[in-house]
Write a protein that binds this ligand. Sequence first.
Ligand SMILES: *Cc1c(COP(=O)(O)O)cnc(C)c1O
Length: 347
Amino acid sequence: MTSPIDLRSDTVTRPSQAMREAMASAPVGDDVYGDDPTVNSLEERVAEMFGKEAGVFTPTGSLANQLAIRMLVAPGEELIAETNSHIVRAELGAAAVFSGITTRTWPAKNGLLIASDALDIARPNSGPYLVSTTAIAVENTHNFGGGTVQPLDEIKALRKGADELGLALHLDGARIWNAHVASGVALNEYGKYFETISVCLSKGLGAPIGSVMLSTKDRVSKARIWRKRYGAGMRQVGLLAGAAHYALDNNILRLTEDHRRAKEIAIAIASVDASLIDPNTVETNIVGLDLSALPMTAAELAARTKDAGLWISALGPKYARLVTHLDFDDAQCAQAIEILKRALVAQ
Ligand SMILES: *Cc1c(COP(=O)(O)O)cnc(C)c1O
């Protein structure tokens, strides 16, 4: 049997031979002492790409998010975010557990940012009885929203409103590379509107591990202390930063291929049943299927496709997700479409 096609996430990619060679030859040092040249150059490189002063390398995007919001929101204060954002739903309550941060959420269709949705619930300087809002998080692209690219005009409107209210903005840019490639908006343009940014190198870019938190020098040096306090001070991790450099050199522009294949899958699925997905909503590498009109759960669909050699995620009772990536080619795309069509019609 051929090996399964794995579309559960874009985190499943394995480092290529060339990436492994870049890792093996990366100069290294003890990063806790600031001595790893490959980590240092990575942090500087990513900061510069987004027009930020500094960056700190972290093992995960969750840690990059948590360090960032810790720098913006004091214990007992509030971060607001979209209902299905990763920070709220997929970081296991870290903001509350580690930082004493409370969260409140606004719902958005497909996670699409409408600045007024966020600004309407923001309550800065709430006095002695109510929780004060101090920051807003934006996810771009929006993962559980189906890879939604946030409109630049809404980001600008959010910045303007946040300035009027004295609020800070954090960008969860785990897939900001996908947003950049899909929208044509420059990375340093996105960088202008946020106090802190987290980016992932281990999603679409295909590195085995790694994220960077970006901000001012001051916030980043404080975040570095917290990273160590959390137990994530790392030593000769230039090996991993080497993979990240390779990913930045080679794997950004090719994300358009992932987007094209996601769109092909969406169109093919919509031709079976248009209630499952509107292909126009597929802007990047995520295809979210709404099974509510079908007599089948997402888990049942995932089990059927798995039997046929295609792995997908069941993220809700009636919500399935497919994510295209670096290790998924046109031949596998054609195969995946056939498997999905068969699994969907065989009711
Ligand atoms: C993957 C992801 C993260 C970080 O996840 P880790 O598994 O901790 O690296 C953060 N935000 C979003 C939107 C993500 O998709």
